[in-house]
Design a protein around this ligand. Structure first.
Ligand code: TYD
Length: 208
């Protein structure tokens, strides 16, 4: 049995990831591939419970360190229960956010030391690194406006200031450079079909 492929979607708020995740899943299924669509934090029963703790409530509820461990606790359950079994069964796993979100939000945004995050990543994610990571990039104001348009702020992170979101954007672009073997930057400015075509080009070039 050939191992399935693991694709993650990353980027700041309001980048339009969810719409594009759904479109990519459809396109892959049209090719007769078995696909599991999932998200983080969450994607398994236990991880969805941790998601509620991590994302709801007062923005200062958790220290950056605690928040980082909550994200990796959720990720550990998600990998054990959903991601690894699917990949081993030959399915493709398409995940809305993964460990690069911890690097950006808890690391660059929250100030958790990068070494701590890398230690957790090595222990929890280990060899189950994505085969392809699509990093959605767009100006912060455009993203926040779109997130606002969805009906006020949904999570604790959306309510942080513009400067916080600029740090995230910078870190995501840095990750794309550091890990260029698996990362592709997707220009997320444009209409849905244009962005879908950019994603498909990256998937075809790297994985098909
Ligand atoms: P969600 O509503 O799914 O946001 P989006 O549509 O922007 O993906 O909420 C996920 C939130 O969790 C988002 O604000 C980013 C944050 N997050 C982290 O801070 N660290 C992480 O490791 C992950 C996976 C997500």
């Amino acid at each position: 049995m050939t191992r399935g492929r693991f694709i993650t979607f990353e980027g700041g708020e309001g980048a339009g990831k969810s719409t594009q995740v759904a479109r990519l899943v459809e396109r892959l299924r049209a090719r007769e591939l078995e696909v599991v669509q999932t998200r983080e934090p969450g994607g398994s029963t236990g991880a969805e419970e941790i998601r509620g703790l991590a994302l709801n409530g007062d923005p200062g509820r958790w220290s950056p360190m605690t928040e980082t461990m909550l994200m990796f606790a959720a990720r550990s359950d998600h990998l054990e229960k959903t991601i690894r079994p699917a990949l081993e069964a030959g399915r493709w796993v398409i995940c809305d956010r993964f460990a690069d979100s911890s690097r950006a939000y808890q690391g660059a945004g929250g100030g958790t030391p990068a070494e701590f995050i890398e230690t957790l990543d090595a222990a929890v994610v280990g060899d189950t690194q994505p085969d392809l990571t699509l990093i959605f990039d767009l100006p912060v104001e455009v993203g926040l406006e779109r997130a606002f348009g969805r009906g006020l702020f949904e999570t604790r992170f959306e309510s942080k200031g513009v400067e916080f979101h600029e740090r995230l954007r910078g870190r995501f672009l840095e990750i794309a450079r550091e890990k260029s073997d698996r990362c592709v930057i997707i220009n997320a400015v444009g209409d849905i079909e244009t962005i879908e075509a950019r994603i498909w080009a990256a998937v075809e070039a790297r994985l098909l």
